[in-house]
Structure formats: C-alpha cells, structure tokens
Design a protein around this ligand. Structure first.
Ligand code: ADP
Ligand code: ZN
Length: 689
C-alpha cells in the first residue's frame, strides 16, 4: 500500500460550519494526537486550533496539493475527548459552530495566542509562570484540607439529606428557599461532602464582581481549595486554573465561577451548584455561543455524571416546570434562618398622590415620612429605580420632539454631573445642548427622574442624611463603588439609591425600608417574560428588607397599583402563587417553558435589505413542517449601533422531533445567507430571555 501521510481535522476558533483538514508533516506525526493544540494558517493568518480527529486517508474532494500542513504542535496539555464532546453538545443545542464554543471555552486564557501573531515567546513565558504558580499552590495546599463544616439548623440539615437522597436517585435538585434561609450553608455542606469524596465542585454565581460577600464566605470555609474564575481575570491566572484542574492530583478543588466556568476542563466533577439560577446574567447574548450557563451546566453534569443543585428565592418558570414534570426534585427552605417575618408591603398609587398634591418631587409624602422615621431610628433605606442617569428622556417643550441617539433607536438620557447626554446601548455621549435639532428652539428639557436625580432630591429632602448612589455609572470606578458598598454594609450610609445592581447578592443587616420609585418602568407589554422578570425583581427586593430583629417594610410607588405584579406582592402572596398564574398563561398561549423558543435575529445597515432578508427567512421557514413562527417583526429598539434589527420568533413543541427541526432551521438560515450573499448578519438565539 502506498503511504500517503496523516491528516487532521482542526477545530478553529471561528464561525466555520466544517472543521478544516490539514496534513501532518512527518516530523510532527509522533507528537500529535486528538486534542492537541496546533497552529495552522488560513487566509494568510495563523490560528491556534485543536485536533479533532486524525486519519490516514486524505480528505475527499480536495486535491492533496491544496491541503496545507499543520505549522506547529504547541506544548499545551491536550484537550480531552470529553471536552470536545461537550463542545459539540453545546454547539448543537445552541445552533452555533464547535469553533465558537471552543473560542468561548478558552477565550482570555490562551486567546492572546488564539489570534496567533508569532506570540510563541510570550506563550512559553506565561506557561513557565503558570507552572510555578501551580507548584506553589499545590505545596500550599498540602495537608490543608480541613474545611469548616457549617452547623446547620434542623431545616437546613433536612434540606441537605433530601438533596443527597435525590442525587442518589440520579435527580437534579431545585432548592427553593427564601432569601436568608441559608441556601449558601446548604451549598457549602453539599460541596464539602463532595470534596471529601475527592471530587471537584463548581459553584456558579451570576456575577463575581457583585459577589464579594459570597467570595469572602467561601474563602473562609474552603481556604486554598477555592479558586475564583471569571472573564475579567488575567490570562496567567486563568491558565493556572485550567492546569490545576487538569492535574488535580493534590486535594480537590472548588471553583467559584461565572457562566463561562462551565467550559473549564473538569475531569472529576462531582457537583455543580447554580446559585440564583433565575438570574438573566447567566445568559450570554453576544457573541455565539448564546448559551445559558445554568442549562449548559446541566448538560455538562449529565455528560460527566455529576450532580446539580439549582437554587433561588425566586426560581425560574423553567425550573418549576422541570419540577412539575419530575425532572428535578424540589427541596424547600420556606423560613429565614433568623426567623424574621417577610416585610410589610405598601403600594402607593402615584396617580392619586399627584392628584392630591401629596408628592414632593418624585417622592410621595407617605414615603418621605417612612424614610424620615427610619433615619430617626438609625435604620437604613434602599431606594430602587430601574433607570440610571439624571433624566431618562430629553424632550423639546416647543415641538415635543424626544432626543434620540444618532446610532440607535433609543432615547438619550441626561447626566447632570457631566452635563452630557448619552446612549446606554452604544455608548454615544455628547455635551448637552438645549437647542432642539428639530425646531431650533432653545427648549430641550430633561424629563423624568433617574437615580442621579433621585439622589439630588433626597439630598435636599434629608440634608442631614448620608446618601449614596450605586449604579453602572458609579460601578465604573472600582475603588469608589467598593467604598459605597462597604459604607452601606457597615451602616455608615443612611440611604442608598440604585438600580438592579443593588438587588444582587447583598445581605444588609440593618436595612429597614426598601422603596421602589416608578414601579411602572418594570412593566412592558412587548415581552412575554416581562411579568416574570418584574415579579422576580420585586420579590428579590422584598427579601432584602428584613432586619434580624424587627420586621422590615417595602413601599412601591406606581401609576398601575392594580397591576397583578403589584397586587400579588401587596397581598403577601408567596412567589409560587404568582408563578402558578404565569404558568397557566404560558401554557394557554403555549409559550416557554411549555414550548421551546428560537429567535432568529437579522441585522443590517440597510433597512431595505433587512426587509428582503426577513421575507426570505419567513419563506424558507414556512417549508419546515410542524413549526410555528411569527415575524419578521421589528423589536422595540429596532436600530442599535447603526444596524437595523428584525426578529422571527419560532415556537417548537417539546418533542423528539426538536433536534431535526433545529437542523432544518439551521439549513434554512444558511440558504438565505447564501441567497443574500452573506450581506445580512443572521443568527439564532435558542431559549432567548
Ligand atoms: P440565602 O443564601 O438563602 O439568602 P444565607 O445563606 O445568606 O441565605 O443566610 C442568611 C444569613 O443567615 C447569613 O448571614 C448566614 O450567615 C446566616 N445563617 C444561615 N444559616 C446559618 C447557619 N446554619 N449557621 C449560622 N448562620 C447561618
Ligand atoms: Zn446609541
């Protein structure tokens, strides 16, 4: 037989529908295997890729002379077969390429080398540094595997027993426990049990930057066994974590990580904890893979035979659905650890209050009195408003024109501290000029109140109080935002004004009153998930307002006081009751979780071409049997960063046909892409949020 050499399929960090074939030069044959890191050239650029497969026959349909050789094999520990299988599972589920998943998995760790620009030297340098770090860490950890087991309450101990019983029966668990019930203590106990079995543990949190308190608690328990992984870490640190997991020969590790931690090379994973499983930060919107860290963790655990516990005070409808159909076991912690009651709720009808001249600016007199009472008693107040900036709208008092971003179909907001107007979608910013671009009158006026204005109003209402603000504008400055949180936690600050960011992961002991300003802005009628999200946010906020000793209070100001979202809250209904109603609605209209949803998004700088794309997509999709879709439709913000946007929403039944239908949808998209010469950007979003 004629010897023709060896060939390899290479996974490249690109949106390529197929893996690329390269030949293996003789001298490299011995050092290469499945999972090896290699560099190759494509379109005159060098890339770092992974060997998916090796074969002894040349790929068909390509002249052997046109097949390029692999350039180098890199001295990086090979990726395991399991990892590649997992990437394939994720790529198939989220309808993207294996290369895109590979890129997400290793972005930032070897990514400097992924867009390979003769970075060889740097690679070797870093490798050395990382190796040293690992050795030091391993030496550090030797003999230090005494984790501090929490002393559980009876209820918590029972939750642990029931969870482990479900695990033993091969089921995943939803831990449905109110804020302050001690879910974290339950997770810690479960984690210690797994570590003692010599297994790895992955503890997922929606955002690490916001989880200082959690990091501290886990560090106290796990010491050197804890490693923290998130996307903003240095590549040396990331590499160190990769390597430590791959050579987990010392004591086992627990990783605290954000969504991308599901792509770490676990070899001996025993447990995945998904904390705050309802949180939409688990979803990656852009770029592909547009995955949900929670659901991807379930896929990972299934593949590796690990157990999963998802926990929340406000579980997602998806998880309740999974409990109902028997896929998850539900374990409940219905009471707070310190036994305090849920806060008293008061809804203030702002239409009525305005009518009766019972308002001081944005604050009702009811709320002003409540805040004054708290300050007098040295108790703390949290004021929530969903919009940052001074004013979220700028309008001409002459012609009524509302100022829009030049790049987006989005209202510009006014920031007083910097005298600027800005777009919160594309980052556009300009000096505030009161001349209306439409009628020329000098009549532009900021309208409405964002967090910055509320802060100003509060300062004039309570000149003696210590008042701070926490939102994305403040968060940009790390030192300052750390100080603000610290001062509030220590009781130095009386009133904290903030956006969604303050609802996450904080446990403030002396917080007596939570106020929601303009609760209406939580309602929107465009989106079927809106009620779920508003309810989730309000119940999360409610969970913050409970002191150790006395009962807390929550006050919501709204123009829609009879809306079911506020009604159920004020009636003190448990979260599950609301979920029940929403589930009935979803089932009636066959929305997720009762069905599956795929959103196809098209983006184009030309509106006309986008319309043609939409039509072509709709035509192609109507040929697929058994799927229902609406669109193309323009979303509320139908132009962002100079690109027009249209969407098609596809509903699929939860049947075994799903896989096949996804493949058909993918090929329909591909044919439209080709038909339109790849000019419009078309991509799928599976399980959109
Ligand atoms: P959750 O995660 O459910 O919101 P946490 O685990 O943060 O609740 O617990 C709330 C508070 O109660 C924390 O301050 C925690 O230290 C305390 N706590 C809960 N369980 C215990 C326990 N078994 N022993 C000591 N403190 C506990
Ligand atoms: Zn913009």
């Amino acid at each position: 037989m004629e010897y023709i050499g060896m060939y390899a399929n290479i996974i490249l960090p690109l949106k390529l529908a197929y893996t690329m074939s390269y030949s293996i030069p003789g001298p490299l044959e011995r050092g290469i295997r499945k999972g090896s890191w290699v560099t190759v050239t494509m379109h005159f650029r060098r890339y770092l890729g992974i060997v998916e497969d090796i074969s002894y026959s040349a790929p068909e349909g390509i002249a052997p002379s046109r097949i390029k050789p692999i350039d180098t094999v890199e001295p990086i520990a090979a990726v395991s077969y399991m990892e590649i299988e997992f990437w394939k599972t994720v790529a198939e589920y989220y309808m993207c390429t294996v290369g895109e998943v590979f890129k997400a998995a290793y972005s930032g760790s070897f990514s400097k080398q992924i867009e390979y620009l003769a970075a060889q030297k740097e690679l070797k340098g870093e490798e050395g540094a990382a190796d040293r770090l690992i050795r030091e860490e391993r030496e550090n950890r030797r003999g230090k595997t005494e984790w501090h087991m929490p002393v559980l309450s009876d209820m918590q101990a029972e939750a642990v027993r029931n969870t482990e019983k479900a695990f033993a029966a091969g089921r995943s668990v939803l831990l449905n426990g109110v804020t302050g019930s001690g879910k974290t203590e339950v997770y810690i106990t479960l984690a210690i049990h797994k570590l003692l079995e010599g297994k790895q543990v992955l503890y997922m949190a929606p955002e690490i930057a916001m989880s200082k308190q959690l990091c501290g608690r886990l560090k106290n328990v796990f010491g050197e066994s804890l490693m923290i992984f998130h996307s903003r870490q240095t590549s040396a640190r990331k590499k160190q974590i990769f390597n430590a997991l791959k050579n987990d020969s010392g004591s086992p590790h627990i990783i605290l990580g954000t969504r991308s931690a599901v792509f770490l090379p676990f070899e001996n994973l025993g447990l995945v904890i998904v904390d705050e499983e309802h949180d939409s930060s688990y979803k990656q919107e852009d770029p592909a893979p547009r995955y949900n860290g929670r659901d991807t963790a379930l896929m990972l655990a299934r593949q590796l035979g690990a157990n999963v516990i998802l926990g929340s005070a406000t579980p997602s409808l998806e998880s309740f659905f999974n409990v109902r159909c028997g896929k998850f076991a539900e374990v409940r912690l219905p009471e707070k650890y310190y036994g305090e009651k849920e806060p008293e709720i008061e809804i203030v009808d702002t239409i009525r209050a305005r009518h009766l001249h019972d308002m001081k600016g944005s604050f009702s007199n009811r709320l002003v009195n409540e805040i004054a009472f708290c300050i007098k008693n040295h108790e703390q107040v949290l004021v929530f408003r969903s919009r940052r900036s001074y004013s979220p709208v700028i309008q001409c008092s002459g012609c009524g024109e509302v100022l829009k971003c030049p790049n987006c179909n989005v209202n510009l907001s006014y920031h007083k501290y910097s005298e600027t107007v800005s777009c919160h979608y594309c980052g556009y910013s300009a000096h505030f000029n009161p001349v209306c671009p439409s009628c020329g009158a000098e009549a532009l006026v900021p309208k409405g109140a964002g967090t910055e204005k509320l802060e100003e109003e509060l300062k004039s209402l309570f000149p003696e109080a210590a008042i701070e603000r926490f939102d994305a504008d403040v968060f940009r400055n790390k030192t300052r935002s750390d100080a603000i949180l610290k001062d509030f936690a220590s009781g130095k600050t009386d009133i904290l004004v903030g956006t969604q960011m303050i609802t996450k992961g904080f446990d403030f002991e002396n917080l007596a009153l939570v106020a929601v300003i303009s609760g209406d802005s939580l309602l929107s009628f465009q989106d079927f998930r809106n009620d779920e999200r508003a309810t989730e946010l309000l119940y999360q906020l409610r969970g913050r307002a409970g002191r150790r000793k006395t009962r807390g209070k929550m006050l919501v100001q709204t123009d829609h006081s009879s809306h079911p979202v506020f009604k159920s809250l004020s009636e003190g209904s448990p979260f599950e009751t609301r979920i029940e109603d929403m589930m009935t609605e979803r089932s009636m209209f066959n929305y997720p979780p009762c069905s599956r949803m795929i959103r196809i998004i098209s983006r184009d700088e030309y509106e006309g071409r986008l319309l043609r794309t939409g039509k072509a997509l709709a035509d192609a999709l109507s040929d697929i049997r058994g799927i229902a879709f609406t669109g193309p439709v323009a979303p509320e913000r139908n132009r962002l960063k100079n690109l027009y946007i249209s969407e098609i929403w596809i509903k699929l039944q939860r049947t075994p046909l799903l896989r096949q239908q996804k493949a058909q949808i993918a090929s329909a998209m591909e044919s439209v892409r080709k038909q339109l010469d790849f000019k419009t950007d078309i991509f799928p979003d599976v399980d959109p949020l």
